[in-house]
Design a protein. Structure first.
Length: 120
């Protein structure tokens, strides 16, 4: 990933897009990568677009955040501090990763007991 970043920075872009840069990384590598993204942004002055499902790591390095629904609708935007302080139940559920709330999650499947052979 560092080599890919080096190639990108060598071109002196105005905009850099990172698509899920933290996926599959252990916590130490994730922290190093997040710091590198922030340092590159500060050093180059490029606009950075970071697409990530890792809320906490993204909030640690972002100046401004847009939360998108699964349909691509902007649910909220603001600084990480503003979003953390939001009273909006949908925003709170997403940031905290709560399973219950206004965003319903349902995966159509047979009951677990049936899969485990626990029902007659």
């Amino acid at each position: 990933r560092r080599i890919a970043l080096s190639r990108t920075v060598a071109l002196d872009p105005e905009v850099i897009m990172y698509d899920e840069p933290f996926t599959g990384l252990d916590p130490i590598s994730m922290g190093v990568t997040a710091n590198l993204v922030r340092q590159l942004n500060d050093a180059t002055g490029a606009t950075t677009l970071l697409v990530s499902h890792d809320v906490q790591e993204s909030f640690a390095i972002a100046d401004h955040v847009y939360l998108l629904s699964s349909q691509g609708r902007v649910v909220a935007s603001g600084t990480p501090a503003e979003l953390n302080a939001s009273d909006d139940p949908e925003v709170r559920q997403f940031i905290r990763g709560e399973p219950d709330g206004p965003v319903r999650f349902h995966y159509p499947a047979d009951p677990l007991a049936l899969d485990l052979g626990l029902t007659p």
